[in-house]
Design a protein around this ligand. Structure first.
Ligand code: BTN
Length: 254
């Protein structure tokens, strides 16, 4: 499409009426996919979220896509890709509303989640076969179609902005920002531009939150996001400052 101003990201975008999960599909067909290919599904029947959760993607009312990367040299700082993806999403979504990010991967509008990112890697032996960046966006989901237990936590772009969203424009805009940040990062090894977006739009920085790990729960002051994409926090009980890089934990307010 003319909207898509990229060299290799989204060239092509494969469209599917219905898949179990675009990530699962990309994984299963990885050897046939090339760097930058995008898998997009109108509907997902078994969408995957972080931490083993399900992700519901109602037909025609949400965007479900997976972007395949096959970097020439192994990626040292995979965690940065989540922040890069989030920054590109924020820039694309900013045309519709003042979206924020809750580190590491929740995209927020009016204090409720509208999009999430799930990155998976596939190895054959010790060599990286590909990276699959899964993105789910609640575009035109009506609030009453959001599952009861998520009503207070999730919303859609349409509910948050009172505007119907054109998915083609949004996807093209996201892919264009993504390529810009990605190429700049590969060439310069300088993550600053996209990390600034994540810092500026962070809902966590400058406030206290509970950091909930498998075995404990501690309150911390959130200082910043560092140059590796990690979350810099000072625990209130010990006054020690640490960088959190694992994304397998939850961060909660009171
Ligand atoms: C999360 O916030 O927990 C991450 C949600 C990621 C959902 C997307 S939808 C497209 C891709 N395919 C999947 O099965 N999951 C991701």
């Amino acid at each position: 499409s003319k909207l898509l101003d990229t060299d290799f990201i989204g060239k092509p975008v494969q469209l599917h009426a219905r898949l179990d999960s675009t990530n699962t599909y990309a994984k299963a067909n990885l050897s046939d996919l090339k760097n930058g290919d995008v898998i997009l599904a109108h509907e997902q029947t078994a969408g995957k979220g972080r931490l083993g959760r399900n992700w519901t993607s109602p037909a025609g009312a949400s965007i479900s896509m997976s972007l395949v990367l096959k970097p020439a040299s192994p990626f040292e700082r995979l965690s940065l890709l989540t922040q890069l993806t989030a920054a590109a999403l924020i820039k694309a979504l900013n045309d519709w509303g003042d979206v924020k990010i809750k580190w590491p991967n929740d995209i927020i509008l009016n204090s409720r989640k509208i999009a999430g990112i799930l990155i998976e890697t596939e190895f054959s032996g010790s060599s990286l076969e590909g990276i699959i960046i899964g993105i789910g966006i609640n575009t035109n989901v009506d609030q009453e179609n959001i599952p009861q237990e998520l009503q207070s936590k999730a919303t859609s772009l349409k509910e948050g902005t009172n505007r119907e969203i054109d998915p083609n424009t949004l996807v093209a805009s996201f892919l264009t920002f993504f390529e810009k940040y990605y190429v700049d990062f590969l060439n310069s090894q300088r993550p600053a531009p996209f990390l600034s977006v994540c810092r500026e739009q962070s809902i966590l920085i400058g406030k206290n939150y509970w950091i909930i790990d498998t075995d404990r729960k501690r309150k911390a002051y959130i200082k910043t996001i560092d140059s590796t994409g990690g979350l810099v926090v000072t625990y209130l009980d010990t006054n020690k400052t640490e960088v959190i890089t694992s994304t397998d934990l939850s961060i909660r307010g009171d």
